[in-house]
Design a protein around this ligand. Structure first.
Ligand SMILES: *[C@@H]1O[C@H](CO)[C@@H](O)[C@H](O)[C@H]1NC(C)=O
Ligand SMILES: *[C@@H]1O[C@H](CO)[C@@H](O)[C@H](O)[C@H]1NC(C)=O
Ligand SMILES: *[C@@H]1O[C@H](CO)[C@@H](O)[C@H](O)[C@H]1NC(C)=O
Ligand SMILES: *[C@@H]1O[C@H](CO)[C@@H](O)[C@H](O)[C@H]1NC(C)=O
Ligand SMILES: *[C@@H]1O[C@H](CO)[C@@H](O)[C@H](O)[C@H]1NC(C)=O
Ligand SMILES: *[C@@H]1O[C@H](CO)[C@@H](O)[C@H](O)[C@H]1NC(C)=O
Ligand SMILES: *[C@@H]1O[C@H](CO)[C@@H](O)[C@H](O)[C@H]1NC(C)=O
Ligand SMILES: *[C@@H]1O[C@H](CO)[C@@H](O)[C@H](O)[C@H]1NC(C)=O
Length: 356
């Protein structure tokens, strides 16, 4: 195999990578972050509480298609009340991602917390909370949870300045927004932007939302100083910033549906696939990988066989690192659920590079 052929092989791999990435990027599976359920308040299985909770969860799940991305409900019987709500991230409201996330949350919460009465569970795209104690319209600041990127900014002083301003701006947007959701993008340097998001549960007043969000922001310097991305999650509100756009920017500024009488139902436009994404991925990925490994393996073998002929001519074109690093860049840009896809691509490309 000559140099030219190997180059086209690598190009083929690159093209494959570019085409496979979007299939993972559109994956709508809910990404679990964390949950909290103290085992100090528990119920007995098959009790009235349990049946009320089941009603509550199915009610929440069937309301995930609401245009606000938020719903709170109470299921009450004598001496037994359960209060619950869900909140979808503002930019996924009205998409499959919101409904998928709420469906996942209402299924997984009772699995992770089988007997606990007071539960908060967070996902990338939504959160779910329920309790036997009414919590609507009150700011709850614990249990809380932080997450941060282990990569630090190269110029933390400048980065923190821009980030703080951006996060505060996103919070202000959220406080003033009917759906209590705000985003902001700010320029750190010519190349790096910081993307921020703030959101409160919609039962809070603007004043309470403001108090809650300022509380989360005040924690950023102590939890996540200089980190290139971070989240602070409270039961009543949350903030997040990253150096890549993690929210859908166009959807974030979509006009609000007019209040008042409910708008007519839009015609069903999206033909939902009946085959779950997981299944498609489970079938497509192994086949693609097998085919690629076969092709790459074949090339390696034929190349090795001819190596002594090509050795001298095999001097690297100076741009050789571009393929792996291009994909590594994608690897950094894409969010956690896609790391599998990205690492796969990196592995394949290194394969190609090693056998070049
Ligand atoms: C609650 O959890 C703690 C630790 O997580 C454990 O030590 C304790 O036994 C648990 N209590 C009950 C009643 O399950
Ligand atoms: C909630 O449940 C706990 C534990 O079962 C109980 O002690 C508490 O009184 C309940 N609170 C309300 C408001 O029902
Ligand atoms: C609860 O009810 C289910 C069936 O509805 C039964 O299989 C299970 O054993 C019951 N659990 C308890 C602790 O009673
Ligand atoms: C469940 O949700 C519907 C709206 O979809 C609401 O009308 C109903 O009252 C709720 N059920 C309960 C038990 O709260
Ligand atoms: C939301 O879904 C429920 C069933 O889960 C359905 O009855 C209702 O019409 C849907 N509402 C909208 C606005 O699509
Ligand atoms: C939802 O929350 C609002 C605001 O706190 C409250 O007034 C309302 O009663 C709640 N709805 C239900 C069904 O509990
Ligand atoms: C980032 O900074 C924190 C302290 O602010 C430090 O503990 C951590 O090791 C740094 N991470 C990297 C990758 O440099
Ligand atoms: C971003 O900031 C840098 C310096 O901090 C400036 O040179 C550049 O013009 C800015 N870009 C935009 C689009 O504002």
């Amino acid at each position: 195999m000559n140099h030219q052929k190997m180059k086209s092989m690598t190009t083929l791999l690159l093209i494959f990578s570019i085409f496979t990435l979007p299939s993972f990027l559109t994956n709508t599976e809910a990404v679990y972050l964390y949950h909290m359920c103290p085992n100090t308040t528990t119920f007995t299985p098959n009790s009235t509480f349990q049946s009320n909770l089941n009603r509550l969860l199915s009610n929440l799940s069937s309301n995930a298609n609401r245009s606000t991305g938020f719903y709170n409900v109470t299921v009450q019987t004598t001496n037994n009340a359960v209060y619950g709500l869900f909140l979808c991230r503002g930019d996924v409201v009205g998409t499959d991602a919101c409904e998928t996330c709420v469906a996942t949350a209402t299924t997984e919460a009772p699995q992770r917390c089988p007997v606990e009465k007071q539960v908060v569970i967070w996902y990338d795209d939504c959160m779910l909370r329920y309790s036997n104690v009414s919590f609507f319209s009150t700011v709850t600041e614990s249990p809380r949870w932080y997450m941060w990127n282990t990569q630090n900014a190269t110029d933390p002083t400048r980065f923190n300045q821009v980030m703080a301003a951006s996060v505060n701006q996103a919070a202000s947007e959220a406080v003033g927004d009917a759906d209590k959701f705000g985003t902001n993008q700010a320029n750190v340097s010519g190349l790096i932007s910081v993307y921020s998001l703030g959101q409160c549960t919609q039962d809070l007043s603007a004043t309470d939302c403001n108090r809650c969000l300022r509380g989360t922001i005040a924690l950023l310097p102590s939890c996540c100083n200089g980190a290139l991305g971070a989240r602070v999650l409270y039961p009543s509100c949350n903030v997040r910033y990253e150096v890549y756009p993690f929210y859908a920017q166009n959807a974030a500024s979509a006009p609000e549906p007019a209040p008042g009488p409910p708008p007519p139902l839009p015609p069903p436009t999206k033909g939902k696939s009946k085959i779950p994404t997981r299944t498609i991925v489970a079938i497509v990925v192994p086949i693609s990988v097998s085919v690629l490994l076969f092709v790459v393996g074949y090339c390696c073998i034929t190349r090795r066989a001819r190596k002594k002929y090509n050795q001298a001519a095999a001097d690297e074109p100076s741009g050789k690192h571009i393929y792996p690093s291009a994909i590594l860049l994608l690897f950094i840009l894409v969010d956690s659920p896609f790391i599998y896809s990205s690492s796969l691509n990196v592995v394949l490309l290194w394969f190609g590079w090693l056998c070049r």
